[in-house]
Design a protein around this ligand. Structure first.
Ligand SMILES: [Zn+2]
Length: 493
């Protein structure tokens, strides 16, 4: 029996230490087929149906590298600002586990496809920080063991090899993060960038994005890193934060109790919100890496790399900066509008057809997203296209609609899928800019409210809002507010 673990550290004790965190992220690349064979790379098929001699590791079967997987790995590398190596090699990483039929994983070791990158993050208080990316390498995925869900799961575990051979990019960060929030932001930003580029859905629930964290603590001011512990099973953003915070408190608790930290792998248990020791951490030599004899070195010609560079879309961080600097948006709006590539593309359409980036942002993040959220719909399924929302805004700018009328028309566009002019025509909705007609209605309003006229003339100018309100009521919101205010001021003297 192990000794009773010391209690978790108090906030006061934790404050004396500095956490040091690095992340290892596995991203499943969204290719049609697996990395070394032509089996479908898909989620959710019946167990052991997407398999062949190559991914089952049968004797004599030879791997052939999937070019699409390499292109995706290159795009991911560029999204993380890594330098791509002209030549990299695959290596065998040997270990035994029931979900690994070959008895080794084909990975990359001392010559990964890319290295020396970075990712900028923005923290909650607005602080910016650059996190180093050590390397990105390609490898094949293992299968999956299932320990429950079957009638005889108390006696047996099942193995599904559909995932065996799916292409992965493993992205290793520098130990640059100092809090669970920094780790959270780093993973968030990476996920967004990879989704924008389109190399992976990064769906954590499907295991397309998996994360392990290396955590150590050292006394503030100390130079030497503490002993690091690897935490596995961080399969949601919330668990990532919770597990790191727990592990920091555990390690400081051990040190404050006079103990030492052992290099080990710990598993996060979300039900208990704690980490538990799994095994002592393997060293690289435990895997007996050696160059994969069945694959030639991967050579990336300059021409190939330039083609991939040219195919890269704008990255979310660059897009946010452009929205702020060129369109004059707030940091917040820029953040909201780059949550997904589809939303950003939609917004750009609204800007293009309205000609007003700020109004485009207001209408997209406000009215439109409000309706989509209420419906549980993604922007891709919006019944109002970006071009049509832009057209609606342009009608306001031209004075053909008032803001109030436009707010009435947008839900109708959403319901029917019709363009704004069609609804305006049918329902006779149009801003009244004709000053003669507005004047006539204003005369009526003034005649009907002598008391307020007296108040206004007596110096109570706030009554103006009352008159505008009455006018809008009389015109069903169709009076052009600028014209109306001007006429009212004249009439009231
Ligand atoms: Zn296969």
């Amino acid at each position: 029996m192990a000794a009773v673990a010391p209690p978790l550290a108090t906030q006061e004790q934790i404050a004396k230490y500095e956490p040091v965190i690095g992340l290892e992220v596995h991203v499943q690349l969204g290719t049609n087929t697996k990395i070394f064979c032509s089996c479908p790379n898909e989620f959710g098929a019946a167990p052991n149906t997407n398999v062949c001699p190559v991914c089952l590791g049968l004797p004599g079967a030879l791997p052939v590298l999937n070019q699409q997987a390499v292109e995706y790995a290159l795009q991911a590398s560029l999204a993380l600002h890594c330098q791509v190596r002209p030549s990299s090699i695959f290596a065998r990483k040997n270990y035994f586990y029931p979900d690994l039929p070959k008895g080794y994983q084909i990975s990359q070791y001392d010559r990964p496809v890319a290295e020396h990158g970075w990712m900028d993050i923005v923290l909650g208080d607005g602080t910016k920080k650059r996190i180093g990316v050590t390397r990105l390498h390609m490898e094949d995925d293992a299968g999956k063991n299932t320990h429950d869900g079957y009638r005889d799961s108390d006696q047996y575990s099942y193995v599904d090899l559909n995932r065996t051979g799916s292409p992965l990019a493993e992205i290793v960060s520098e130990p640059d993060m100092r809090s669970s929030e920094e780790a959270f932001q780093y993973l968030t930003e990476m996920k967004l960038a990879l989704q924008f580029v389109g190399v992976s859905s990064c769906d954590m629930e499907k295991g397309h994005l998996r994360c392990d964290a290396n955590v150590s603590v050292r006394l503030r001011g100390a130079e030497k890193f503490g002993t690091k512990v690897e935490i596995k099973n961080l399969n949601s953003f919330r668990f990532l934060r919770q597990a790191i915070d727990y592990e920091i408190a555990r390690q400081v608790g051990v040190l404050e109790d006079g103990g030492t930290i052992h290099q080990e792998t710990r598993l996060y248990n979300p039900d208990l919100d704690e980490t538990a020791g799994m095994r002592s951490k393997e060293q690289a030599h435990d895997y007996r890496y050696f160059p994969e004899p069945d694959l030639v070195p991967l050579r990336i010609s300059d021409e190939w790399l330039q083609r991939v560079v040219a195919s890269m879309p704008e990255l979310p961080a660059d897009m946010r900066r452009r929205f702020i600097e060129v369109y004059g948006l707030s940091e917040y709006d820029a953040q909201v509008l780059t949550q997904t590539r589809a939303l950003a593309d939609y917004y750009e359409q609204v800007v293009q057809s309205s000609g007003d980036p700020k109004l485009a942002a207001n209408w997209t993040t406000g009215d439109l997203m409000g309706m989509l959220n209420a419906d549980g719909r993604q922007i891709e399924l919006s019944p109002v296209s970006g071009a049509r929302l832009g057209e609606l805004i342009a009608l306001i700018l031209k004075g053909e609609l008032t803001g109030k009328l436009a707010k009435e028309i947008l839900p109708k566009m959403y319901q029917s899928g019709e363009a704004a002019p069609v609804i305006m025509e049918r329902e006779g909705l149009k801003a009244i800019s004709d000053s003669g007609e507005i004047e006539r209605i204003i005369d009526e309003v003034i005649a009907a409210n002598p008391k307020q006229v007296e108040q206004y003339r007596g110096g109570k100018t706030s009554v103006m809002a009352f008159f505008i309100g009455q006018l809008m009521k009389a015109t069903r919101g169709q009076a052009n507010p600028a014209t109306a205010t001007e006429i009212l001021k004249n009439k009231l003297g």
